[in-house]
Design a protein around this ligand. Sequence first.
Ligand code: ATP
Length: 513
Amino acid sequence: MAQQDDSFKKVIAHSKEYGFIFPSSEIYDGLSATYDYGPFGSELKNNIKQYWWKAMVQMHENIVGLDAAIFMHPKTWKASGHVDAFNDPLIDNKDSKKRYRADVLVEDFVEKINQKITKDITKAKKRFGDEFNETEFRATNGNVLRRQAQMDEIEARFQKALEAENLEEVRQIIIDLEIACPLSGSKNWAEVKQFNLMFATQIGATAENSNTVYLRPETAQGIFVNFLNVLNTSRQKVPFGIAQIGKAFRNEIVARQFIFRMREFEQMEMQFFVKPGTEKKWYEYWKEKRQQWHAALGLGDDMYRFHDHLKMAHYANAAADIEFNFPFGFKELEGIHSRTDFDLKQHQNLSGKKLQYFDLEENKNLVPYVVETSIGLDRMFLAVLSASYKEEVVDEAKGTSRVVLKIPPVLAPFKVAVFPLTKKDGMPEKAKEIFNELRFETNCYYEEKDNIGKRYRRQDAVGTPYCITVDQQTLEDNTVTIRERDSMEQERIPVAKVAEIVNARCSWKNVLS
Ligand code: ATP
């Protein structure tokens, strides 16, 4: 755990030092759970957005885009259930005066048991080598079976308590499990209370005429209320999807873990409208598609796992999370939900407008069912950043090391940096000439300050896949050295080949096909 904390702290410090993420309004000591993206961060964030948009909209003929307003009619949130049910169960520790989400305390407890199982499996793998069969081990090993049964029992009891909204029982579970306040170790818990997560504000000039509006807590509702507009204007037919990237706001109580849990964040959501009865098929389809999207980045298959929901949201009939191995353990990165016709029916009821399509097979109007994929852009950013952060020994004898961000090349903020070896003999002019030509092809960075070794290190630290150096020989034969970030290998190539090499490695096609 201490090692995990340590590596997380390093990622946070690195992202500030190199202009990826700053605390919001830092000169006023920051605002909790809000962050700003710096010069390198905004590039990386844009690239993640592009990857999602291209994969979902550009590569699917049956998905179209939308950019809905953040403010929506207040009835939207009544219809969606957010006014009445968008609550977190909170529990205060009486001694430390710290506030926690009850469900997170229980989930963390269960995760600790799960980690013990993982440890048992790792040990057994070492002992048995190639002979080891994990499925069989899980089905027969006494310790694993006992722990699994304990996890199942806690989860079932907790799910029942949440579904019945039995807050007294939720507290009792925390007491029975002897869960202690992570800060103080105290087990002195107050009662559990529900807390609504929506931010409210006023619209209108005068107090008498003003109306309460909410900052949207999810982008999905903008899609639902536009279902008919899109259906009527896009020439799409069910099944089809609407995709959107945009800000969402939640008054998170336990806001910690850097950009993992923010009060203002961005979501990339897609609602896929399907014929009722076909939603399970599409749910499985999108689970697999989304898994492929992640796998194509090459962050490592073992960094992901699926987790079926403990507590189903009020609208869903099936739901799973794609969890990522963040520096603080496996946590939700993306949700895939089969949302039934709950939202559209609710909007029909409150607006009095029909939200249906004509089903040719059934020869009647139907309210479609919806399968949703919803990923937090900021969480994806954290996933990419933390998985890419590496500390490497460069030369053992000399004791030199480097920090390198092995960001998937297609997402790297800058694809290539161009350096003159020295600031004289016409090298900067030649380097600028190459840079000015290359910037039409890709996002490049020009630098002439400090010695070349330092410049390489700086580009490693921001994840630039290639560095090009212009030297004396360039002026004679129009060749440059190209250095690759991960291997640090250098090669001499004609200037004309630079764009080809860089584009081949950083092409969207590599991850989209
Ligand atoms: P959690 O259980 O972690 O609070 P959630 O289940 O409430 O998340 P959803 O409502 O399913 O999250 O939202 C979809 C996605 O939006 C999440 O998978 C996550 O990536 C992102 N997300 C949700 N809340 C936040 C937040 N406060 N900060 C950053 N990203 C968030």
